[in-house]
Design a protein around this ligand. Structure first.
Ligand code: GLY
Length: 366
């Protein structure tokens, strides 16, 4: 079995991220190592539970766990307190103790809600993340961000709560649609721009996809993405400083995503936001024209959007409501060169000027 283990060492908890093929079968042994309890509640949505909950339960039961499956209806509109409340009631009904474990099996929504349910139940029990989407594998399952949405915006209520282990089984990507796989690649490209010129070049030469891309290569690329995120999260678990750099592409990306009423996927929105901030940065002289051009070219090679047709006022208004706004300023993450970014504290006027320079200024607008 081709398995890579990435060790995460945050201030609050250390844990292993297992990346490889056929790893659902190792859910039981991994959970046995991570927790002392013998009750496991699998939280999953109505799309993923029918595909993978059985295999995870079998493995857990073979390791002596009593299992229960709590399913909620798939979709971002269900990432709400009402769903969280019914999940918490399910954990209480299954009588999980502090020694037991929640398994969050699914994509980013499941990971965020399963993680938050674990953080709240009995003031915190173990959670093991089993991401089944590329986005969840390379980003949301690692680092302990958990949340639900509020009517006022995405992820507005949550907690930092690290998992006790993460299992990323690449074979689960085979059931992901082409669109969702491609969408996730927005975060993969972001990691290359953030920290790894070699990964960025590799992505440009050979865009990854779910159809026929060698699985062992996917294992390597997913593991590399997790290492990049791990290095940031180890240094700054709660986003006081360096972790903000993971928001590269997100200030404008979140605004583009919200303005589309979430019809444009998160990774696609981040990709468009990344290209917009890169174009603006080049015009400001903060990065070279060549850097911006390469970011746009690689994004385009994946079939992801490289611009937006949302009007500038709307982008500014959403960007200013973003939770990353600090008392009248916004911390924007600026690409300086491939593999290096910086955090710039911008006034609202400065942000407006970047939007003017970078958004809707190419001939390809999402
Ligand atoms: N997705 C960005 C972070 O985890 O900080």
């Amino acid at each position: 079995m081709n398995e890579t283990i990435v060790r995460v060492d945050t201030t609050s908890r250390s844990y292993d991220v297992h990346v490889g093929r056929g790893l659902l079968e190792s859910a039981g042994p991994v959970c046995s190592q991570a927790v002392v309890g013998r009750v496991a509640a699998i939280i999953s949505d109505s799309n993923v539970a029918p595909l993978y909950a059985h295999a995870v339960c079998q493995s857990l039961e073979a390791s002596g766990f009593e299992t229960t499956v709590l399913t909620f209806p798939a979709g971002e509109r269900n990432k709400r307190f009402a769903t969280l409340e019914s999940l918490l009631e399910g954990l209480a009904q299954a009588e999980l103790s502090r020694d037991d474990v929640v398994i969050a099996l699914g994509g980013g929504i499941t990971g965020d809600m399963g993680g938050l349910a674990a953080a709240l139940y009995l003031r915190g029990i173990h959670v093991v993340q089993i991401p089944t989407s590329l986005l969840a594998m390379v980003d949301s399952s690692v680092g302990g961000k958990t949340a639900v949405d509020l009517p006022q915006g995405k992820n507005l209520a949550g907690a930092f709560f690290q998992p006790s282990a993460v299992i990323a089984d690449i074979d689960c990507l085979s059931t992901l649609s082409h669109e969702l796989f491609t969408d996730s690649c927005g975060e993969v490209i972001k990691h290359g721009v953030l920290a790894d010129p070699a990964l960025f070049d590799e992505l440009g030469a050979s865009p990854i996809n779910a159809e026929g891309y060698p699985p062992d290569e996917l294992v390597r690329i997913v593991a590399r993405n997790i290492q990049i995120k791990r290095d940031v999260v180890n240094a700054d678990e709660t986003e006081r400083g360096l972790r903000q750099t993971l928001n590269l592409g997100h200030t404008l990306g979140h605004a583009i995503e919200a303005a589309s009423e979430y019809r444009l996927g998160h990774g696609s929105s981040v990709a468009a936001g990344l290209c917009c901030i890169a174009r603006a940065s080049a015009k400001k002289g903060w990065c070279s024209q060549d850097t911006a051009k390469r970011i746009v070219e690689v994004t385009e090679a994946f079939g992801l959007p490289t611009d937006t047709n949302v009007d500038h006022e709307t982008i500014l208004s959403y960007a200013c409501h973003d939770k990353k706004r600090h008392a009248g300023t916004v911390n924007a993450i600026i690409p300086c060169e491939i593999g290096r970014v910086e955090i710039r504290k911008l006034t609202i006027d400065e942000l407006a000027s970047l939007i003017e320079l970078g958004c809707g200024t190419s001939d390809k607008q999402a």
